[in-house]
Design a protein around this ligand. Sequence first.
Ligand code: F6R
Length: 590
Amino acid sequence: MCGIVGYIGCSEAAPVLLKGLKNLEYRGYDSVGMATVSDSLKVFRGVGKIEKATENLDLRTLQGRVGIGHTRWATHGDVSEKNAHPHLDCKKRIAIVHNGIIENYKDLRDRLVEKGHEFKSNTDSEVIAHLIEDNMDDAMSFEEACITSFKELDGSYAVLAVLRDDQKIVAARKDSPLVIGLGEGELYFASDVSALIEWTKDVVYLQNHDVVVATAEGDMSFYNLIEEQEVKRRRDTVGWDAEQARKGEFEHFMLKEISEQAETVSRAILQDDEVIERIIDEVRRAKGVFFVGCGSSYHACLAGSYLFSKVAGVHVNLVLASEFENYEHFLTDETLVFAVSQSGETADVLDAVKAAKRRGSKVIAVTNVVGSSLMRAGDMMLLMNSGPEICVLSTKTYTSQVVLMAFLAYALAGKRDDCTKSIRNLYMDIFNLTSKTMREHLKGLAALLVSSEHIFMIGRGLQYATALEAALKVKEVSYIHTEAFAGGELKHGPLALIERGTPVFIFVGRNNREKVLSNAHEVKARGGVLIGISEQDEEPFDMWIKVPECGNFNPIIQAIPMQVLAYELAVQRGLDPDKPRNLAKCVTVL
Ligand code: F6R
């Protein structure tokens, strides 16, 4: 989704904003803009990725030690300069940047147009600037006008607002993330901490409905729109460091993050014993357990639901977060909901959590981001401990999610030590799967597949979850149409898609080898080209990716070469694997 940054302090704002925006570009990237405050309001807007949009920008034209910036991922209004943020009021005194969606913008806009306001863009966000202006016309101060305006907004927002003649930033959040970095006499604002950890690790996470007024002296006062009073907010320290959010020697974040998995998988099991015990007690006590997530997180939930069943004999209802409302009537105060989200900001997941809370159900937040909305909304939480994931695609956080699910399943079965041992044993296997030799092998395979129009993937049981995840990785980064099917479903329809030369990946686990190989033969008989992912080369395979057999931990081991393959396909097709078209890391709209 969109990303916002702000700076107020003793340095020029524009270079800080530009750096912050580059750090946030993974959230959305169809246009970019900045506004700084000096003797006048200086504004820049450009279309495209930041590098391109700002290539001719002279930062000296954006003077001022107060500034706000925005990287956009279009929701309302097409991708154009006029729709890029910041948005201004009629008199060009107020500039705002906004992440989220203003649901009542049409009503507000109609009312303001009637009063003579002129709108320049097709966005929902512009209404905020005019609303503040309108309230200031009613003799309110800038801060009062902001507070009054924010109270009128329905929907979600993280907003930064500046005024031409004022060395201040007014910020607010509701259901969209916003964090403040505390420097020496300077303050940084950003949609997430990865944008500002190169300047400071001391932060304040704004809570829902908070408004903050920040001055050039580094002072801040907090006001909560619901409590209707000044509030105090705690200072936190971020556990991540700036190095983790840099590419280092890697060409892309995707490859860096894939390569970190020997470490991140081991880190995922470093959990507080007491917390695990409490969660397990909750699972045992619950009358109904739900796993809820989107995209890759949902696939991790699927693997998790099989593991809960196989290892612990516990039944779990698996639901896509965006479909969760259809099950709301099953929820009671005895239901336990695991909400799984890397970012902890996915709107569909947060919406599901709200539904669970309405029914009095308990929520376990499983996330990678400390201070995220999900973490705050959960009754208990489990952290993935993966470090910042910058590439839009989930790689290391997917495997960490699967590890966490496996860890809980084993703990429920009283076999936590077995899980710890197995995860430790994966270290060398993961190291080998992310080695240069493996990458070269997969580069060769990618070269054979690079012009494919369709790719299919099949697996059974835990390998079905991996097939779904692998297909998502390949399609979203290479734009090759890739679909996954449960092996047993092939004959119920998908087999019709197989033609001579159609590439089909077969994920084999020792426990269902015969069955999935019989599916492989069905494909082979129709001319499909088979690529096996398994411990041994099998008779029908045309090509083979060798992976060790790891039983219940196959979803981790088998996903990794597919992440590398997806990466190689994107690179060979001349695409940027870190920023696939139309996608954003953090999906904060429903
Ligand atoms: C795929 C991918 C997405 C996310 C999904 C949920 O590579 O990254 O499918 O998994 O948008 O995101 P989180 O886990 O942040 O809720």
